[in-house]
Design a protein around this ligand. Structure first.
Ligand SMILES: Cc1cc2nc3c(=O)[nH]c(=O)nc-3n(C[C@H](O)[C@H](O)[C@H](O)COP(=O)(O)OP(=O)(O)OC[C@H]3O[C@@H](n4cnc5c(N)ncnc54)[C@H](O)[C@@H]3O)c2cc1C
Length: 461
C-alpha cells in the first residue's frame, strides 16, 4: 500500500486491490478502521466521492470488494469476540472475525463453524454478504442458516439490528447482497458442537459423468459430499473423477493415537507460493499433471481426515493464486436445476473441455433446496459446477457463451466468484432481484454502497 493521507479524521491509503483471482486489479482508496466509531466516521465523513464498499479478506474471486470510486473499507481490524454461550455454541463477534480465528479459538473447546466454504481465510461479514455454502449444502444450507442476527451500519450513520424478527427485509437481502446495503458491524452465529475435529471420509473413483451424478444422487443422506472432475477428459470418459464424502468422526471412530487429542487444531501451513509464476507455466501439460496429482491425493485420502485436509485442502499452499501468473484467473461457478441437469451438465462440460482454455481446479456438487426468504443468494436445488480458468484471450467470449447456455437452462452464476457476467444476463438469472432493489432503495437510497461489481451488474451506481 502507498503512503497514508489523512483526509479529515480518516486515514486513507492508495492500494492496488483485487479479489483472489487477481483479475481485475483496481487502484483503490482504502480506509482500515479499527473501531466501530472510526468505521462510522469513514462512512460519514466527506472524503470526496461518497461511495463506500466493505472488504473482508478479499477471497471473493472477482470485483465485489474493490472500487475505483470512493473508498474501500477494509474491515479486518474489526475482529473482536463480543460474546459466547458454550451451552448453545452461539458466538457474537465483529464482522472482520475470520473462520480461521474461530477454528483456532473454538475448535479446542469442541466447536466448529456450522457452515464453511473451501477456505478458512474468510471473514464473517464476507460469509454473510455472499451467503457462502460448503460441502454440506444439501443438508445444512448456506451461511444464512447459522446466522441469527447482525447489525448493519447504514449510509445515514444509523446502526440497525437485523434478524428474522427485526428489519427482516434488510436481514434477508443482506445474504448475497454483496455488501451493497451497508456495512455489517457484528453478527451472532451458531457454531456446531463436535466430539472431534476429525472426519470419516470415503473416496469413490468414477469412470464418467453418469456414474458421478449417480453417486452424488445416491448419497444425499451423507452430510458432506463433493466431486472432482477431470475437466480434460472427453468422449466416453467425460465427467470422470472422484467423489469424496464424509461426516464428523466421533471419539470412538478415531484410532488410539488420535484419541489422545481429539480436538486438535493444526499450525499454519509453512508453504507459500512466493511469487507469481509466468503465465506460460500453466500450460496444458501442467494442468494434466496437477489433475493427476489431485486425483491421487483424493483417492488415497485417509479414512480419518483432520478438518484442515477435509475442509481446506487448498489452504495448504498459501497464496496459491499466484500460480496463475500476472493476468490472474477466474472461477466460473454455475448451478443448473435437477430437471434436465444431467444433459445440461454434459453439454457445459463438453463445451469447457473443447474450449482449449486449460481449465484446472474444479468441483461438482449437488445443492439442496434454496432458502426462499433470501433474495440474491446463489444456491438452489440442482447441480453446481465450479472451475478455474486462467485469464487468456478468448476467455471473455467463452464465459459469455456459457452464461447464455446456463441462463437458457434455468441456471445462474455465483457472484462470489464472478468478474465477467453482464448486467442483462445477471438480471435474467436472479428472479427476486426487483425485491432486492426495493430493499436497496429503502436502506441506501443514494446508492452510497457501491463496488465495481455493483456498477457492472446494475446493483449500485
Ligand atoms: C480457495 C477458496 C475456496 C472457496 N470456496 C468457497 C465455497 O466452497 N463456497 C462459497 O460459497 N464460497 C467459496 N469461496 C468464496 C469465499 O468464501 C467468499 O467469496 C467469501 O465471501 C469471501 O470472504 P471475504 O471475507 O474474503 O470477503 P471479500 O471477498 O473481501 O468480500 C466479499 C463480499 O463481502 C462484502 N463484505 C465483506 N465484509 C463485509 C462487511 N463487514 N459488511 C458488509 N459486506 C461485507 C464485500 O463488500 C464483498 O461484496 C472460496 C474462495 C476461495 C479463495
Amino acid at each position: 500500500m502507498a503512503e497514508a493521507a489523512k483526509v479529515g479524521r480518516t486515514a486513507l491509503k492508495t492500494a492496488t486491490l483485487a479479489g483472489w483471482g487477481n483479475h481485475p486489479r483496481v487502484e483503490c482508496a482504502v480506509a482500515r478502521p479499527e473501531t466501530v466509531p472510526a468505521l462510522r466516521t469513514a462512512v460519514d465523513e466527506d472524503l470526496g466521492d461518497p461511495r463506500r464498499i466493505a472488504r473482508g479478506l478479499g477471497r471473493s474471486y472477482g470485483d465485489p470488494a474493490v472500487s475505483d470510486a470512493g473508498v474501500v473499507l477494509d474491515c479486518t481490524r474489526l475482529d473482536r469476540y463480543l460474546d459466547f454461550d458454550p451451552a448453545t455454541g452461539t458466538l457474537t463477534c465483529e464482522a472482520g472475525t475470520t473462520l480461521e480465528m474461530i477454528l483456532r479459538d473454538f475448535a479446542p473447546r469442541g466447536f466448529l463453524p456450522m457452515i464453511t466454504p473451501g477456505t478458512k481465510f474468510v471473514t464473517v461479514g464476507g460469509c454473510i454478504a455472499n451467503d457462502v455454502h460448503g460441502k454440506a449444502h444439501h443438508v445444512d444450507g448456506c451461511f444464512s442458516r447459522c446466522t441469527e442476527s447482525f447489525r448493519v451500519l447504514l449510509a445515514d450513520g444509523r446502526i440497525l439490528n437485523a434478524s428474522p424478527d427485526e428489519n427482516a427485509d434488510l436481514f434477508w437481502a443482506s445474504f448475497g447482497g454483496m455488501g451493497l446495503l451497508g456495512v455489517i458491524v457484528d453478527a451472532t452465529i451458531r457454531l456446531r458442537r463436535v466430539e472431534t475435529t476429525f472426519f470419516r471420509q470415503t473416496a469413490l473413483s468414477v469412470p464418467n459423468l453418469d456414474a458421478m451424478l449417480d453417486a452424488l444422487d445416491a448419497h444425499q443422506d451423507v452430510p458432506y459430499s463433493v466431486a472432482w472432475v477431470d475437466a480434460l477428459a472427453t468422449g466416453a470418459a467425460l465427467g470422470r473423477g472422484v467423489v469424496t464424502m464424509g461426516d464428523h468422526a466421533t471419539l470412538a471412530d478415531l484410532p488410539e493415537r488420535q484419541q489422545a487429542a481429539p480436538l486438535a487444531i493444526s499450525s499454519p501451513s509453512p508453504l507459500v507460493l512466493p511469487f507469481e509464476l509466468p503465465s506460460a507455466a500453466l500450460n496444458t501439460a501442467t494442468v494434466r499433471l496437477l489433475n493427476l496429482v489431485l486425483d491421487q491425493v483424493q483417492k488415497r485420502g485417509a479414512a480419518i481426515a483432520h478438518y484442515e485436509k477435509f475442509f481446506y485442502p487448498l489452504d495448504f499452499v498459501g497464496e496459491w493464486n499466484r500460480g496463475y501468473g500476472p493476468r490472474g484467473f477466474t472461477q466460473y461457478q454455475f448451478v443448473v436445476p435437477l430437471k434436465g441437469g444431467r444433459e445440461n451438465i454434459r453439454e457445459l462440460l463438453s463445451t469447457i473441455a473443447a474450449s482449449g482454455q486449460s481449465p484446472f481446479l474444479n468441483v461438482l456438487k449437488r445443492f439442496g433446496a434454496e432458502r426462499p426468504e433470501t433474495l440474491l443468494s446463489f444456491p438452489f436445488e440442482g447441480y453446481t459446477f465450479a472451475i478455474d480458468f486462467p485469464v487468456r484471450d478468448g476467455l471473455t467470449e467463452l464465459l459469455a457463451a456459457l452464461d447464455a447456455r446456463v441462463l437458457a437452462m434455468g441456471g445462474r452464476v455465483y457472484l462470489g466468484k464472478d468478474a465477467f457476467l453482464q448486467r442483462d444476463t445477471f438480471e435474467a438469472m436472479y428472479p427476486r432481484l426487483d425485491r432486492w432493489r426495493a430493499v436497496k432503495a429503502k436502506y441506501d437510497p443514494d446508492s452510497v454502497f457501491s463496488s465495481n461489481l455493483g456498477r457492472r451488474l446494475g446493483l449500485s451506481r
